[in-house]
Write a protein that binds this ligand. Sequence first.
Ligand code: GLU
Length: 470
Amino acid sequence: MVITRFAPSPTGDLHIGSARTALFCWLWSKNQHGKFILRIEDTDRERSTDQAVQVILDGLEWLGLRWDEGPIYQTQRFDRYKQVAKQLLNDGHAYKCYCTKERLEVLRDQQIAAKQKPRYDGYCLRFPHPPHDNMPYVIRFKTPQTGSIAFNDLVKGPIEIQNTELDDLILVRSDGTPTYNFTVVVDDWEMGITHVLRGDDHINNTPRQIHILQALGAKIPQYGHMPMLLGPDGKKLSKRDGAASVLDYRLQGILPEALLNYLVRLGWSHGDTEIFSVDEMIKLFDVNAINGSASAINPEKLLWLNQHYLKTKPEAEIAKELAWHFDRLGIDVSKGPALEQIVIAQRDRCKTIVEIVQKSQFLFQEDVVIDEESLNKHFNQEAFHALAAIINQLKTVNDWKPEAINNAIKSVVEELGIKLGLIAQPIRIAVTGGTVSPSIDTTLALLGKEKSLQRLQDALSLKTEMFPEG
Ligand code: GLU
């Protein structure tokens, strides 16, 4: 069975590069009817925080990348790492090293001066006895000094490293804590991981990890190292490029499907197709088709995808996302129109959820303020006259729906022989405070009869201020 894992270190945001890794691991496990494990690599206790763990869990959940097992926390497995270290010591694959920091520093300086690559010289392997009792020690892995390690990277192709390039890495520090390379190996082994997909910043660790796995008699997973994501300018992706974390994108009003679709195309393709539903991704994804060249992010494409999903995703689901945004802004939506109705009215006019929120806030405000400029530009005597007639007509509308509202307004417009344009904008301004909104009838229907009439009345009462002579 295919078993993949996402193994983030909880030290900050859920970066989109990591989210892409999680997505690819998840997709491959789904495609192969396998298992996807979430493992939290929190052994660096100074840098790991509970808050960062929560950000990861929330981000994955929002994206819909459900894990089949976990989260498994490495800090809860320290006893197991200790046992395995002992096993490696007993089997002669590891040894205790008593070298002091001072000795290692001198060694390093000498190697640098001699233009050699700094590496541990195996002193304690040759002289295995502590200089005196109770000396602190680290546990080092005994790396074979001849031959090489070769693996066929799923993304980068065949890779071979000479063992002489590798030194005897530390598995357990002098304070008893295990190192990254060691915990990863023990976990990948015990969790039966078959495919390790991760960023190519880990590629130098892979030969070391394979050595340890071999020493444990473990099956070696297949490795795939994905290139980093780049900014739109082709340089390293940074905060300057706008959103860099999953939460940032959510805050910008991106839908999870859009982000998934966007991420899957950063490093994978299937012909010229750009739009993939999650089911299609699962069906078509192939770990052997991951692209080895670095991909640059493209914010315009993300917006384009977001618009696509705004138009096509069921409104009830979009409404849930809208509720999250209003909630963050402290806006109580319980007294306004149903959020689904807002989605229906705004989905074709907006690129993001944030835009929908901004353009729909008027529905939840107590009242609206009409600025001087709009007042002078759109509210002349004739408009006020028509407004008064429209208010009267609207009062008679019982079935407060766009069609009935539209008929009421039309009948006044016809009766007065004016153009709809003369009155449409004043009504819009009166009820929304601005000049952009869905069609007038839809806008009034959304706002509700009572609030609409109240706001139109408020606008009408400005007449005496503007035209005191009547
Ligand atoms: N914890 C590592 C990281 O967040 C990933 C390790 C791995 O995937 O092997 O970079």
